[in-house]
Design a protein around this ligand. Structure first.
Ligand code: FES
Length: 109
C-alpha cells in the first residue's frame, strides 16, 4: 500500500498508508491528521482539504487543471495560496505517488 507523508501545521511528519484510489484528504482524515478537515467529504465545496505539495513531488502530482472547479476554488482557501497548493480530495493515490510528501497549512477556515 502506498505511503503518504503528511506534515502537520506543527511540522510533525506522519507516515500513513493510504489504499490505492483513495484521496489524500481521505487518508489524512481517517488517520486524524491535525489541520485536515475535509468537511464536504470530497465534493469540492468546502476547501478545507487544502495542502501544499512538497517541491520534490510537485511534477509528479501536478497543478490543478486550468479552468477546473478545483483551480477556481483554490482562490478561496484560508491559508496563503502557493503555486504548490492543491485540494487534497482531488488527488487520488496511485503507485507513482508512493512516498509523496504534503504539508497541511496553518489553517483551513
Ligand atoms: S474536501 Fe471539501 S473541497 Fe476537498
Amino acid at each position: 500500500m502506498p505511503t503518504v507523508n503528511y506534515i502537520d501545521p506543527a511540522g510533525i511528519q506522519h507516515e500513513v498508508e493510504v489504499p490505492l484510489g483513495q484521496s489524500l484528504m481521505e487518508g489524512a482524515v481517517r488517520d486524524g491528521i491535525v489541520g485536515m478537515l475535509g468537511e464536504c467529504g470530497g465534493n469540492l465545496s468546502c476547501v478545507t482539504c487544502h495542502v501544499y505539495i512538497d517541491d520534490a513531488w510537485f511534477d509528479r502530482v501536478g497543478p490543478a487543471l486550468e479552468g477546473s472547479l478545483e483551480e477556481e476554488l483554490l482562490d478561496n482557501v484560508s491559508a496563503e495560496r502557493l503555486p504548490s497548493s492543491r485540494l487534497s480530495c482531488q488527488i487520488h493515490i496511485g503507485a507513482e505517488l508512493d512516498g509523496v510528501v504534503v504539508r497541511v497549512p496553518p489553517r483551513q477556515t
